[in-house]
Design a protein around this ligand. Structure first.
Ligand code: PLP
Length: 366
């Protein structure tokens, strides 16, 4: 990423743009879908997804089960959409049959889109996108499926085409192993056909000038050049390892963390073991303990960054992120550090118990 700025209107620039857009497709699991890149973050991509495919005031359906599904809904509401919310306990996944029931009752097809966070980073829950698409199909409902893959795409298997996703949303700072600063989308042909008729006022996030310029190998504005070179490297690394191998590595790494949590005798925020995330684990502290003390001790005494409990989970959970450029030894250090910080916060765990459980798993699964 340490490059001098270069002429982004030069005759040679299109090679970079075309390569990035083409190589993003397999990461999304898309052949038909069309990728877009913005100087932005995941939040901007929520706005781009909503404003380019829907009409002002449209009715949408979304489940809320953590801080990011809450903020996706909040973004849509602030843009003036009417969002019907299925409120779940934070730590639960969306049950496809609940969605099917609601969509089947919408005989006049008032609901224009379903908003779904694939991997809820706040609770460590991964939703079943294939199951949700199957539920939409079973209800015979034409709503678009807009999926936030900020903490899944590039780390977990994501099957844009096979799952019938209409817009997938992500950012550069998680599975792409980069600093924050790029927002990325993948848009299905069906969703793309709505761009002209969407009728929503758009400016920076309008996909139409992107289409025009990207086709020529350029961007409508000054692109974040350093980030584009970072993305070039990230896509090369992802292609070298392969998406299936990356997903398998994340599954193995995550299982070590889960075994450590079980050895500590602590609870997972994610209720259903089947839906526990392979990119982040949210751990509930015992009643009367304060997770903020664990996070503070980890940072101050052990130089370890644990994730905080977001929104209503503040003080109740701490999170271990396990995605991107990561191997078992790096994670064993984090598990060891979390043990020390738990002890600092007065939460009695057996020193070495989590590390030993994870070590055993990494050893036997090697
Ligand atoms: N969606 C999910 C699942 C996230 O984890 C995040 C951020 O962590 C966002 C959306 C928001 O993205 P950003 O912070 O890049 O704007």
């Amino acid at each position: 990423m340490h490059r001098a700025q270069e002429d982004h209107r030069s005759a040679t620039f299109p090679a970079l743009t075309h390569g990035l857009l083409a190589d993003l497709k397999p990461v999304f699991g898309a052949e038909d879908g069309r990728p877009f890149i913005f100087a932005s973050t995941g939040t901007g991509m929520w706005e781009a997804a909503l404003t380019n495919t829907l009409r002002p005031g449209d009715r949408l359906l979304a489940a809320r089960f953590g801080q990011f599904s809450h903020l996706f809904i909040d973004t849509a509401e602030r843009l003036g959409f009417h969002v019907e919310v299925i409120d779940l306990e934070w730590g639960e996944a969306l049950d496809p049959s609940a969605l099917e029931e609601r969509l089947s009752a919408d005989a006049s097809h008032e609901i224009k889109a379903v908003l779904l966070v694939h991997n809820e980073t706040a609770t460590g829950v991964t939703n079943d996108v294939a199951g949700i698409r199957a539920a939409m199909d079973a209800a015979g409902h034409p709503a678009l499926l807009l999926v936030d893959g900020v903490s899944s795409i590039g780390s977990l298997e994501f099957k844009f085409d096979a799952w019938g996703v209409d817009v997938a949303i992500c950012g550069s700072q998680k599975g792409f192993m980069m600093p924050a600063g790029l927002g990325m989308l993948c848009v299905s042909p069906q969703a793309l056909s709505r761009i002209e008729t969407a009728g929503f006022p758009r400016a920076y996030f309008d996909l139409r000038p992107q289409l025009l310029h990207n086709d020529q190998g350029y961007f409508p504005y000054t692109p974040a050049l350093a980030h584009l070179y970072g993305l070039r490297e990230a896509l090369d690394m992802i292609a070298e390892e392969g998406m299936s191998a990356i997903a398998a590595r994340h599954a193995r790494l995550a299982e070590g963390v889960r075994r450590a949590v079980a050895a500590w005798g602590l609870r997972f925020c994610a209720r259903d073991p089947e839906r526990r995330s392979n990119t982040v684990t949210a751990i509930v502290v015992p009643e009367g303990a304060d997770a903020r003390r664990v996070i503070e001790a980890a940072a101050a005494r052990w130089d370890l960054a644990l994730g905080s409990g977001l929104g209503r989970l503040n003080g109740r959970v701490f999170r271990i992120g396990h995605l991107g450029d990561l191997n078992p030894l790096m994670l064993l250090a984090a598990i060891g550090g979390a043990e020390l910080a738990l002890l600092d916060a007065g939460i009695p765990v057996m020193p070495g118990s989590g590390v030993a459980a994870a070590q055993r798993w990494y050893h036997e699964s090697a």
